[in-house]
Design a protein around this ligand. Structure first.
Ligand code: KIV
Length: 263
C-alpha cells in the first residue's frame, strides 16, 4: 500500500524514525522503492546532480515535471514528492497551486517548497486544493544568492525565527518540514514543538526522519561535500573501474567474447 501523509503522522506519534532519499529516474526509484525507502523526493537538486547546473536556481518547472514523472513511473509503494522549483510558486498562491497541480498530474503524491511564513499562503491554498505539501527551512538552496557564503542557518536569534516559520508552515497545512543545515539543538527543538514530522539534512539526530541526496549517499558526488553527508557506497570508483576494465577488454580483444555474439 502506498505511503501516505497519515503514515508520517503515525511514525511521528510512535517516534519511529524514517528516511527519505532523492531520486531522479525510474530505475533508481524502483530500486529504492523495492529496498523499502518510504519517501522519494524528486528534489530540485536534480539541477546540480543530473543537469550540471552550479545551483538549483536554474531548474525549470518543465524539468521538474519530466523527472517527477520518471520517478513516479518507477515507484510502487513510496510516496513521491515533487519539488517546486525556484520561480514556480513565489509570485502568487494561485500560481503555486497551478504548478503543484501539474506535478500531481504527472504522478507526484505531494509537493515540496521552500520558505516559512513567506510561503504559508501558498501552502494553505495548495492544501485546500487537496495537495499534500512538505515545507523546507534552514539552508534553502533556492535562496543561495541571498544567503551568501554562510550555509548553517538558525544560529542565535535566527533559531526563534526558524521555529516561528516551522509553526506557520504547520498551521498552513504542511504534513512535514525538511530542516537543512541548522544546529542539532534547534532541529530537536523544532521537532519537539511540531505535531507534524521533521525531516533533517544536517539538522541533527533529533529530527523525526533523515533525508540524503542519493548521489551523496552513493558516493557519486565529488569532494567537497557538506558536513552532513555520509557515503554508504563509492560509486565514483566503481564506475571508473568498470569503464577502465571495459576499455581494457576491448583493447585486448577479450570483449565481445563468443557469448556476446549473434550468429
Ligand atoms: O532538492 C533536494 O534534494 C532537497 C533536499 C536536500 C532536501 O531539497
Amino acid at each position: 500500500m502506498p505511503v501516505t501523509t497519515a503514515d508520517l503522522a503515525a511514525w511521528k506519534q510512535r517516534r519511529e524514525r524514517f528516511v527519505m532519499l532523492t531520486a531522479y529516474d525510474a530505475l533508481t526509484a524502483r530500486v529504492l522503492d523495492e529496498a523499502g525507502v518510504p519517501l522519494l523526493l524528486v528534489g530540485d537538486s536534480l539541477g546540480n546532480n543530473v543537469l550540471g547546473y552550479d545551483t538549483t536556481i536554474p531548474v525549470t518547472m518543465e524539468e521538474s515535471l519530466t523527472f517527477t514523472a520518471a520517478v513516479a513511473r518507477g515507484a510502487r509503494n513510496a510516496m513521491v514528492v515533487g519539488d517546486l522549483p525556484f520561480g514556480s510558486y513565489q509570485a502568487s498562491a494561485a500560481e503555486a497551486v497551478r504548478n503543484a497541480a501539474r506535478l500531481v498530474k504527472v504522478g507526484a503524491n505531494a509537493v515540496k517548497l521552500e520558505g516559512g511564513r513567506r510561503s504559508a499562503k501558498a501552502v494553505r491554498k495548495m492544501t485546500e486544493a487537496g495537495i499534500p505539501v512538505m515545507g523546507h527551512l534552514g539552508f534553502t538552496p533556492q535562496s543561495a544568492n541571498a544567503f551568501g557564503r554562510r550555509v548553517v542557518r538558525g544560529r542565535g536569534d535566527e533559531g526563534d525565527e526558524l521555529l516561528a516559520d516551522a509553526l506557520a508552515l504547520q498551521e498552513a497545512g504542511c504534513f512535514a518540514v525538511v530542516l537543512e543545515a541548522i544546529p542539532a539543538e534547534l532541529g530537536a527543538r523544532v521537532t519537539e514543538a511540531l505535531d507534524v514530522a521533521t525531516i533533517g539534512i544536517g539538522a541533527g539526530p533529533g529530527c523525526d526522519g533523515q533525508v540524503l541526496v542519493i548521489t551523496d549517499l552513493l558516493g557519486l558526488t565529488p569532494d567537497p561535500t557538506p558536513r552532513f553527508v555520509k557515503r554508504y557506497a563509492d560509486l565514483r570508483s566503481t564506475i571508473a573501474e568498470a569503464a577502465t576494465r571495459f576499455a581494457k577488454d576491448v583493447a585486448e580483444g577479450h570483449y565481445p567474447g563468443p557469448e556476446h555474439q549473434y550468429h
